[in-house]
Design a protein around this ligand. Structure first.
Ligand code: NDP
Length: 475
């Protein structure tokens, strides 16, 4: 009898512990529940200034030959007023609105209406219906992966038009660049506002929503984790990948076409930027299923940060090198160009291999070979909101033994190569590497904070084995 009671008590204690652990996990895993003043200040700053920053860069190119200082000097010395700059800025046009609406509608059509066929004939490509990671509420979403196909169809049509049909000029994107910016902003704000209203009133999965009660924080960082319309239209997957990333390579092609039109040739720097960024974009779509396991999909909620960021920030600021080269057609020395190309490829290799190693390791639950050897790892556990205990592994060999985010290091090497392709005359093309360094360092710290909350002492063991974040012995 006593033994029976003791067993019951032990079970109750275990249950109680589990609930406490659950509260901790629920409180920490994923986006924050409470807003500290620093986060709030950063968010207010970004909400107010990010659209201005984008405008400033694009306007500097259009009105000041990509000089970032001249507009400021003009304003500070009274040479020009804000109204002078604004009056010279192209406004929203019906043409741009039509182009943009057609573009987004076409991408929605490709996303929801054509099931993936690429995985049926491309060896090694993972497409079709795939599962995402476990959400904090313990849900496993299914995704219809067909981004590579959307990218291929879009680009085939682009080239068919450029070389055969001639329905519109390939310079169409450059020629409408600022009017299209207003369209992208309208969509960015509309989708973020809709996501917020949806999160409050008709969320896809209420258990995966987080509401801090601070309007600005919730608007920026999002309430819903995986907002969807119907079974398949997933906001995060659609807006993160298309229309912005499919557009990235088209935008670069349009800039190259503009160079050809203006100067009668396309410079080697423009080709370098097109090729290196093209590899990055193609890699993204080839690995779209892997992307379901990255932070954007696994941890971030969908708000202005992702919605507006994907519609405006990404297509406008990630393509600054190509835009710059339209105004400054740099012809690089062959050996320098080769050096930049090698740096870009090396960065891509490190980025891809590091991501591949983690993906392979996680997919096979550690039953694989990394650099010819069985991977080393640390066993860890965590809990979802419903109290279910899950087990996971953190790899400590391969590139993951060199640093905790060596994939970011590769990404940064590639980013630097894009910038170096533009020469050294202006700082504007270097914005990308500065931004990526801030983004990825911040992301690294954010991710580690989350992993630490998720895995607790297991994370501490991991950081003791792999002490550096980005560069062994440096950081
Ligand atoms: P990661 O792919 O590095 O994913 C981080 C997650 O991986 C962690 O939260 C953890 O998730 C898991 N993890 C961490 N350490 C280990 C380990 N040792 N072994 C196994 N799993 C581990 O980060 P991101 O999603 O941020 O980045 C994906 C790629 O996208 C990167 O290469 C990055 O450079 C790129 N990127 C590019 C951007 C751009 O704008 N160009 C923006 C952002 C990212 P878990 O909870 O599952 O354990």
């Amino acid at each position: 009898m006593a033994a029976h009671q003791e067993k019951k008590l032990a079970e109750e204690r275990k249950h109680q512990n589990m609930q406490n652990d659950t509260k901790t996990s629920q409180g920490q895993w994923g986006r924050a529940w409470e807003v500290d003043w620093f986060s709030l200040a950063s968010i207010l700053f970004l909400l107010m200034f990010a659209p201005l920053i984008v405008y400033y860069f694009i306007m500097s190119c259009a009105q000041y030959q990509c000089s970032l200082t001249d507009p400021l000097l003009d304003l500070l010395t009274g040479n020009k007023h804000l109204s002078d700059i604004w009056n010279r800025t192209p406004m929203l046009t019906y043409r741009a609105a039509a182009i943009y609406s057609l573009w987004v509608t076409f991408q929605v059509f490709l996303y929801v209406s054509i099931p993936d066929f690429c995985h049926k004939f491309l060896p090694g490509y993972v497409g079709g219906v795939q599962e995402g990671a476990v959400t904090p509420a313990g849900v496993v979403n299914k995704y219809a992966i067909n981004g590579l196909q959307a990218w291929i169809i879009t680009h085939v049509l682009w080239f068919a038009n450029a070389y055969y049909f001639h329905f519109f000029s390939p310079t169409i994107i450059f020629d409408n660049w600022i009017p299209l910016l207003w369209c992208a902003n309208i969509l960015g704000y509309a989708v973020s506002t809709f996501a917020m209203i949806k999160g409050y009133f008709f969320p896809t999965n209420a258990k995966d929503c987080k509401i801090t009660g601070n309007f600005f924080y919730d608007y920026m960082m999002g309430i819903e984790f995986n907002p969807r319309i119907g079974k398949w239209f997933d906001f995060k997957l659609f807006f993160n990948g298309r229309p912005g990333i499919v557009a990235w390579t088209l935008i670069n092609l349009s800039f190259a076409a503009k160079q050809q039109e203006l100067y009668g040739e396309v410079t080697n720097s423009m080709i370098l930027v097109n090729v290196l960024q093209g590899i990055y974009v193609l890699d993204f779509f080839w690995n779209e299923a892997w992307y379901l396991k990255t932070i954007d999909i696994c941890h971030d909620h969908f708000g202005w940060y992702l919605g507006w960021g994907d519609c405006v920030w990404l297509p406008y600021l990630y393509t600054l090198q190509g835009l710059y080269l339209v105004y400054h057609p740099v012809q690089l020395r062959t050996d320098y160009a080769m050096g930049v190309f090698i740096l870009g490829l090396l960065g891509y290799y490190v980025f891809r291999m590091t991501n591949h190693q983690k993906d392979l390791f996680r997919r096979t639950n550690g039953n694989c070979r990394i650099w010819g050897k069985k991977p080393e790892y640390i066993e860890c556990s965590y809990m979802s909101v419903d109290g279910t205990k899950y087990y996971s592994k953190l790899m400590t060999s391969g590139f993951w033994g060199w640093a905790r985010h060596f994939n970011y290091t590769g990404d940064l090497m590639g980013s630097l190569a894009y910038c170096l392709a533009c020469g050294f005359e202006h700082v504007l093309p270097y914005f990308y590497i500065i931004y990526m360094t801030i983004l990825l360092t911040h992301r690294c710290i954010r991710d580690e904070h989350r992993c630490s909350s998720k895995y607790g002492k297991d994370w501490k063991c991991y950081t003791a084995v792999v002490p550096y974040r980005l560069l062994p012995r440096v950081f």
